[in-house]
Ligand binder design. Structure first.
Ligand SMILES: [Zn+2]
Length: 114
């Protein structure tokens, strides 16, 4: 099964086309935006995976969007997204740790450190 969803572009008036196919190898996405052309992570594919309807170019996309949302819910994408969110939280915690260490070093440099 294959379908296409038109996604809004932030840099031009014409939409990008996200092609979604569900085959025996799984659910795959292809977008014709500059990043997507290289098979890279892009916000159009990601918005669809996240179920963010704000990315839709117009109301005509809703039927396909709902169909694809069902495919996504039956796949491992929600699990991968949860792993991504978890990694982002870990990254924020490490950034905070680095910031605190820099402050401590800076304070030591000002006040002296034995
Ligand atoms: Zn894209």
């Amino acid at each position: 099964m294959e379908t296409t969803i038109l996604a809004k572009s932030s840099s031009r008036d014409e939409p990008y086309a996200v092609a979604i196919s569900l085959t025996e190898t799984g659910l795959s996405f292809f977008c014709n935006c500059p990043a997507g052309e290289w098979g890279k992570y892009c916000k159009h594919k990601m918005a669809i995976v996240l179920g963010d309807a704000k990315i839709l170019y117009n109301d005509e996309q809703i039927e396909n969007f709902n169909k694809v949302s069902k495919w996504i819910s039956e796949s491992d994408y929600p699990f991968l997204v949860a792993k991504l969110r978890n990694s982002e939280k870990e990254l924020e915690a490490v950034k905070e740790k680095v910031k605190n260490m820099k402050e401590e070093i800076s304070r030591s440099m000002k006040e002296g450190l034995k």
